[in-house]
Every structure is written in C-alpha cells, then in structure tokens.
Ligand binder design. Structure first.
Ligand SMILES: Cc1ncc(COP(=O)(O)O)c(C=O)c1O
Length: 357
C-alpha cells in the first residue's frame, strides 16, 4: 500500500471520490437542463479522466490547442471541439490530419481563418465543422455583433471542405441570449441552419441554457480550485486536486516556507492581500508569496497559540488555478481516504501537459 503521505514532494494529488462526485454532479445538472456536455480537458489533460467524463454521459470533449487534441485522438477520442482560431500552414496541415481520424469542430472568428481551414480541408479531402466564435465580453476573440456572425456564417456555408455548425462563446454570459437569438433569426431567413450553440464556464451551465445554448463546456469543475471556491461555485469539500508540499524552513519569523513556488503552482491569479493557495491542514496560514521554488506561508493570521507548520511537515495546498498547475506537472496521483489514510490507487501521467501548439 502506498500512502500519499510518503510521496516525494511537491506532487499533484487527486481525491478520486471527490473527482467522481464532481463528474457526476455536473453531468446530472447538464442532463437536467437538456444540454449536451462537452467537458474541456485543459484542466486535467489526462485521457483516462476524459474517458470517465464520456462514460458519465459527455458527448465529446473540448481541447484548447491542436497538440492537446492530437494526444486525445491518439487515445481514441472521436469527437473533439477546438474552440480556437487555427492559423498558419503547419497547423492547418495538422488539423486536416486530425480530421481524418476524429470528428473535428473548430471555432473561427474571421473570414481569413475560416477560409484557411476550408482550403486546407478541401485539399486534404476532409470535412471540418466550423462554429463562429462570438465575444461574450472577455474581448480575447470573437465577432462582436449578430450581423457579423451572420456575415461570417454565410461565407462559411458557401465554402467547400467545411460545414457551418453554429456559434460558440466563452464564458456564457446572460446578454448572449439576445445576440444568439438575433443571429439565429438572421440565418434562418438566409436558410442557413444553426445546429450547435456552445457555451462554457464552470458553474455557468444554467446561463448556457438560458441563453439558448445546445451544449456546455466545463473545465475547472473537475478539480475545482481556490478561484472557483472564492467565487462561491464550489465548496472546499468539492476541491479534488491539491499539491502535496513539504515545509522546508521556519527560520524567518512569521513565516514557514514550502518546497513549491511558481514552478509548482504557476503565478496565475496571484493576489497581494490574500492567500494564493488553500492549506487544508491549516486554513489560517496563507500562501503569501512565491519565488520559483519557494512558497512563503504567512503565519500572521494564525490564532495565538495555534501550532505553526514545522520543518518536514507535509501539507495539501489547493492552488489558485488548477489548470495552470496541471500544465507544470508530469504526473498526478489519485487516492482514496481509507481508514484515516490517503491511499494511492493510481498514478496517471499527464500527456497533454505543455501542448501549447
Ligand atoms: C473556450 C473555453 N471553453 C470552456 C472553458 C472552461 O471553462 P471553466 O474552466 O471555467 O470551466 C474554457 C476555459 O478557459 C475556455 O477557454
């Protein structure tokens, strides 16, 4: 029997009972809303977990980058959405290779990008479904109005090598309802059918439903993290993933230092006046600062007389951002609590980590 407490640190660990609960709860909720579920694998990047999501009822998966999609296609996944503008000859070549072995849907927000996919796909003799990305307020990509969505959709409908499928946005936000409805109406008049409207975001499935989406993409829900906890969309008991770390120094007054910093947790969503990680064993201690390989736990909020973390002690830290943390680790250990012990049940490599192309 291998115990989590005996693992060398820093190391990512996942409570399998909590993970399974998160998968079931989301799938039940999405089913009750009558939406299709297309989880985003960016949070875990592990085909075994993707299989668990499909088994629970997901209709397909979402991969942000082609490299992630390639890893999952290699593992046998057949229905993949890449909600990302694919630009440039080398990526288009990879995209068409992927389209030969999986049903591929890609989001685009410009005629240039759509034409690129269409020409590559036609030349390769494949077909790719295209969704028009609509900006829901994040201002990172997406057409801005229903009219722009209509114009691009009509062009796509005329291109060979691709099929217009509908729209996508991230994250789902209430104002999208009017925009999607208007775009649908405009295209109905043009005789262009809209079959898919894809929304996303942890905790946003109801918004997806209310704005007329047909499917929902959730990512972070699988592990949850401190950002989701702070937003009130999960409880600490629903945080499945943590990083096991060891206290390596208590020499600096008012601080205990752990063996994980920004190369373990990322510096994503870093906050100045609040904790940058939830320390399960000692929630009053907060992760104040990170250097690359040091995490500095402030003891300033520790009640008087409470024990401070000691050198050699191991702590579970729930990170600010689960997805960024995953991208830094080669492996995650899945465990279950049995008789007061955390017992390791599985060691999963993370094959889609670092696949940023
Ligand atoms: C396009 C897209 N869809 C879905 C998601 C999943 O969102 P969340 O992690 O909030 O569930 C993301 C997250 O970055 C995303 O970029």
């Amino acid at each position: 029997m291998q115990r989590v407490a005996d693992l060398d640190t820093p190391v990512m660990v996942v409570d399998l009972d909590v993970l399974e609960g998160n998968i079931k709860r989301l799938q039940d909720d999405i089913d009750s809303l009558g939406l299709a579920s297309r989880p985003h694998i960016k949070t875990h990047k592990i085909p075994n977990i993707g299989q668990m999501q499909l088994k629970a009822g997901a209709t397909g998966i979402t991969c942000q980058k082609l490299g992630e999609a390639e890893v999952f296609a290699d593992a046998g996944f057949e229905d993949i959405l890449v909600p990302y503008n694919i630009v440039g000859p080398s990526k288009l070549e990879r995209l068409t290779r992927l389209a030969r072995r999986a049903h591929l849907t890609v989001a685009v927000d410009s005629e240039v990008t759509a034409r690129g996919v269409a020409e590559a796909s036609q030349e390769a003799g494949t077909n790719v479904d295209l969704l028009v990305e609509v900006d829901s307020g994040g201002h990172r990509a997406g057409v801005q109005t229903a009219q722009e969505a209509q114009t691009l959709a009509r062009k796509i409908a005329d291109f060979p090598g691709v099929t217009f499928g509908g729209f996508m946005c991230y994250p789902s936000r209430p104002p999208m309802g009017d925009l999607f409805a208007e775009a649908r109406d405009l295209l109905q008049r043009d005789g262009v059918p809209v079959t898919t409207v894809s929304g996303g975001g942890t905790g946003a499935q109801r918004v997806s439903k209310e704005t007329g989406c047909t499917e929902h993409r959730s990512g972070t829900y699988i592990y949850n993290d401190l950002s989701v906890l702070r937003s009130g969309k999960c409880t600490i008991d629903q945080c499945a993933m943590s990083v096991l770390v060891t206290v390596v120094s208590t020499s600096c007054p008012g601080y205990s230092t752990i063996d994980g910093g920004s190369k373990t947790f990322t510096s994503d969503a870093l906050r100045r006046d609040d904790s940058n990680g939830y320390v399960r064993e000692c929630p009053d201690v907060y992760l104040e600062r990170m250097n690359e390989e040091h995490g500095v736990l402030s003891l300033s909020k520790l009640p008087a007389g409470a024990p401070r973390p000691q050198v050699g002690e191991k702590l579970h830290v729930v990170p600010n951002h689960a997805c960024g943390t995953t991208n830094l680790h080669d492996v995650v250990y899945g465990y279950r609590r049995r008789g007061g012990e955390e017992v390791v049940e599985v060691e999963w490599p993370i094959p889609a980590r670092g696949k940023i192309r």
